[in-house]
Design a protein. Sequence first.
Length: 738
Amino acid sequence: MLQYLKMLQRSLIFSLLLLIFCSVQNLQAASFKIVNASGGSFTEIDSSGNVTLYGGLAGTCASPSTSTTCNTCVDTGTPAKACNPTAVNGTLNIGITVRVGTAIGAAGAKVRVYTETSASDRIQLGSDGTIPQTAASSTVTVPVTFNWGNICQQDSNFSNSTCTVTSPGPTAGTAFATARKIVIGIDENADGSIDDDDETVTIPVKYHYLDATQSAVSNQTACTSTDSSKFGACGFALDVGGDEKLFMRDVILSSTTPLVPTGAPDWFGVAFFYKDLTGQAQLPANVSTGLNAPIIKEYDKTDYSIDATLNGFTNYHDYCLIMGNINKSQNIFYLTTGGVAADNCGTPSEVVGLLDDKHCFISTAAFGSDMAEEVETFRQFRNHFLIPYDLGRDFIKAYYEYSPPAADFIAQSEVLRFAARVILYPFYFFSLLSLKFGFMYALLSAVMALLFVRQLKFFMQVWKSFGLSNRRHLKVWIILFSLAFFAHVRTYAQIFPNEKKVQRKGSEADGLVKIDKDGVYIYKPEPQNAKQASHVRLGVVSNPNVESEICDENNANCQTISFDDIYSGASGMGFEYVYEYFFFTDGGVNFGKLGAQLGMSASYAQGQGRLVSNLATESVEKFTFLTLPIFAGAVYRFEYRDRQILVPYAGGGGVYTILAEKREDRSNIKGVGAPGFYATGGALLNISALDRDLGADFESEYDIKNLWISAEFKYINVSSDAFSLENGYIQGGMGFDF
């Protein structure tokens, strides 16, 4: 009996294992995966590669297509109506891309497409297709033709191939009655059947239809605070305008998580429509869809925030905006109505920083200063005759982009500056005549002058007959000038031979200091004649005195802005690095050390720019300002013995200070520079002398003779037409001789 029970137990265990094995076989996943879908309003692919296809329709698609979506966001008047920039229609074909897991042989593999809400109501779409021979892990488009109408016909909420409902539809829109899927089946094992679960994969397909004729769908009254009776985002407010852009100050949500109408897809973000109302009443109610492509801002998935920058506007034009909610089917609805100009209208403006009127252009390089009479004349011509016109502004943009590099090159040579002046003077006289007598008078005078020059052809031919000899002389002068120029260019190189250190046993006569517990002989190193030094210091510096005169877009209301206007919160903290080389030294006795020093310091500040349209208003765009004094001069140390504890020093020389400014949303940097002088004095505290063991370790291991703590007073003076800087400050840091 016992033996019989054991046999029965074994039989049950075997049967259970067999059942589990068969179940696992039946649950085996297909070896292929859907990786993309096309022909929809939006395809969502999550971080795991799972695909969801969305379709949407709001309004009327004027020209339905089998291959492309259509834009129903046309100008339908006011109030604005719901629309979809990538709307689907019943005849639009859907494409599915799969990645096969195993190779498909020469005979190919049969493929079939279904739609289902569950496995029990699976309905085939289109006819069977065949995937040709394909290598493993390749992607291939499913060769079955089916469209949105084929799917809508199978759903009880539509039951037609147009994917529309009888008007009026529900105010929340109409979606599929039940969560629907697209099923792809591939006969991977070539058994003639593709109904097995291990040969099918699915993706969700979601559709949302809106009847745009209903105001309850298209519009909702703008809110000024959270309002749970609204959907999505229900209000917004603009900040001050930017340079060819507008900024959002606030987007007001219906709830912490924007409320979604029942049955509708989740929100994608918000969409803005705008209208240029320059010279007209600033009323958001005058804005409709279709005047411009919507500016769509996607929600951040964690906190429903959006990028606050709206681009694509023209400076000094007045715009009003309305906002709509866009869901994942790309339907835009619940557009704001009742907004006010104070919140929903804005004017973009050129944004300027402190150096916008200081950077060097070709005219400045040619005439030596941006304050030169000729440069000021060109500036006035720009303001009067170029800025007011589109073509003139395009020319200014191109000139601002390409002129500074050429100006830097021209400024290096007096010959090039002279040549630039020769070329620019005709334009200078033309600008002068335009400002004094008018543009047309100057243009007529220029034409008369050109006609007069043409009559000099005979005299030019006479001059030309003697010109060959003169050109030969000119070549000789150019060669002589070049030789003289390059004779002043030299390169210095100093080679420092590596010192070889040899340790050997000896006695006190050999400099032996002690023998440690490990038997290591420690010697007193021979004094080094250190000729180089490096120092790093920090201090609180003064800000440069820079002023720029900025005029509005009409060359009126000119105002002077200063460094403190834009960078009022600048900390003034400066960083400095100095390298020194001592030419005259006798090891630190009798005469001290005399050498040269080369260094650079830097300080920076951040602030808001100013709107040209209203110079009293701070811009949203931020500026970063950098002050870079580069100095070279002489330094003398009152250092008369080896390992002197306290060493006073003094120095001075020339300084060239560079001011640079960059706006956060642009890559170009504007800069200006000017020469000056500096003087410095301070004291060095020798750490190596206070701690002999530490000093010996640094000297033997790192070739550092002295380790210093420094404190100094430095005075910098720069005075130029562009800016001035008078800076006296105390700084401290560390350094070392080597």
